[in-house]
Design a protein around this ligand. Structure first.
Ligand SMILES: Nc1ncnc2c1ncn2[C@@H]1O[C@H](COP(=O)(O)OP(=O)(O)OP(=O)(O)O)[C@@H](O)[C@H]1O
Ligand SMILES: [Mg+2]
Length: 437
């Protein structure tokens, strides 16, 4: 059953004529409605505000403010404007009837009153009034439900985007990580093999040389074939060169095993807890992976990487993830320099393609890593959006617009900040600050 029950309605009757009031009250006394009365406009407004009746019966001619003014004031008042007003006019006064309807009255009854008619009209308007109220409530309820559902949906969408982002991120990193790890692993075995054998080989060769020298000392006049061959192969020079050859081979092998351990370092799978990590090692291993991209082969150009490393302590972090940030910043810088060349602008600057990496400790509790390039830079509109998910200015297939938004998430996960300063035509600088502890 509806909470709007016509039998329990409240009606305000406004008339300065006591006789009229009496007649009306008697006429509707049996209906069960609660009846309020007022004898002038001012007190009618006051009561309407206070009691919020469901309907007002309003006389036109009254001392003080008349029925029309009262109606207009009720209609401009937020509390009372929805209350239906039925005017009470003299039978002959057609002008009053029209005016009453035009300023917001819903109906009129004429004096002298016909009880049946008055009751019928009141009933109709109470019903309309209650239906309107119900409709209004249903509309509000519906609006609330739509708003709540919209909120739920947009939250779900946001979560979906986030998890999608994480999926892409972990997929991208685990693919790169796996590739790098397996390359490092493949390199490792042969390197170990060579390192192990190299020391034996040098040992054997020195023994052979020693043996040869014993011959030379004891057979001072060898046969012609031996002296000829010794001359042909420049035996003495050859023996002198051997230590150099070995040390350069050892250096080469050292370098390969360094690269291999850098690669393994880059791809180290993240533990669920943070570990102490050497940021420079992370940057170096990232640079090793990006090395092929620093040579812009098409134009025989190299990007020069200038490092200004400060004295950094170990940082408590997720190393694999920070490497990912360096990877994104450095690849963006390389992209920007490539674009500079493709654009044909700054033709004379070809020899000066540079990436600066500066690290330092700030306020004793932050490490700051800034990576800048002297590429095309960005205008303010682009710079504002670089950290937005899926924002990219690169052609389809080249950029997904995720690098920086992922990087920002990672940096924020470390309670750090990442910022960007860019000058159109001059270059761009990204700075990452990570708390040391
Ligand atoms: N060093 C930079 N110089 C100029 N513009 C840059 C630089 N770094 C980022 N941007 C701009 O910011 C955009 C967003 O970079 P972001 O790394 O998030 O995505 P992306 O490089 O386009 O794609 P990917 O997901 O493959 O990294 C780039 O498309 C580019 O317009
Ligand atoms: Mg990128």
């Amino acid at each position: 059953m509806s909470k709007y029950n016509i039998a329990k309605a409240t009606i305000l009757i406004v008339d300065d004529n006591q006789n009229n009031l009496k007649v009306l009250c008697e006429a509707i006394a049996d209906s069960g409605w609660e009846i309020l009365v007022a004898s002038d406009g001012e007190s009618a407004i006051e009561q309407a505000e206070y009691a919020c009746p469901d309907l007002i019966l309003l006389d036109v001619m009254m001392p003080g403010i008349d029925g029309f003014d009262t109606c207009q004031r009720l209609k401009t008042n937020l509390i009372t404007r929805e209350i239906p007003i039925i005017f009470m006019t003299a039978l002959s006064d057609i002008i009053d009837k029209v005016k009453g309807l035009s300023i917001g009255g819903v109906d009129y009854v004429t004096k002298p009153f016909h009880t049946e008619e008055v009751l019928a009209r009141i009933n109709v308007h109470l019903q309309l009034r209650f239906l309107n109220k119900q409709l209004e409530e249903q509309k509000n309820d519906l609006e609330k439900r739509v708003a709540a559902r919209t909120r739920e949906l947009s939250e779900a969408l946001y979560e979906l985007q986030q998890s999608q982002l994480h999926l892409i991120q972990s997929e991208k990193m685990s693919m790169l990580g796996q590739l790098v790890a397996s390359v490092a692993h493949e390199i490792n075995n042969p390197v170990g093999f060579i390192t192990g054998n190299l020391s034996h080989l040098s040992d054997y060769i020195y023994k052979l040389i020693n043996h040869l020298q014993i011959y030379q000392r004891n057979y001072t006049e060898p046969i012609l074939e031996i002296t000829q061959d010794a001359k042909k192969i420049s035996l003495n020079d050859l023996i002198k060169e051997i230590p150099d050859i070995f040390s350069s081979m050892e250096a080469g092998i050292d370098r390969i095993s360094n690269i291999s351990s850098s690669l393994r370092n880059f791809s180290r799978s993240d533990t669920s807890t943070k570990v102490e990590f050497d940021i420079h090692q992370g940057i170096e291993s990232t640079l090793i992976i990006l090395k092929p991209r620093l040579k812009l082969n098409k134009r025989h150009l190299n990007i020069e990487v200038i490092k200004q490393y400060g004295n950094l302590p170990l940082v408590n972090c997720y190393p694999g993830q920070l490497n990912q940030v360096f990877m994104n910043l450095l690849s963006n810088a390389i992209d920007a320099l490539e674009e500079l060349i493709e654009s044909g602008k700054h033709e004379t600057n070809y020899a000066f393609l540079k990436i600066h990496i500066v690290t330092k400790v700030e306020n004793d509790n932050y490490v700051s890593i800034s990576i800048s390039d002297n590429g095309l830079g960005m205008d303010a509109k682009v710079a504002e959006r670089v950290f937005d998910q899926f924002f990219t200015t690169k052609p389809i297939g080249k950029g997904t617009g995720l690098g920086l938004s992922i990087s920002r998430q990672i940096v924020e996960k470390h309670n750090g900040v990442i910022s960007c300063v860019s000058n159109l035509g001059k270059g761009t600088e990204f700075t990452v600050k990570i708390p040391i502890h």
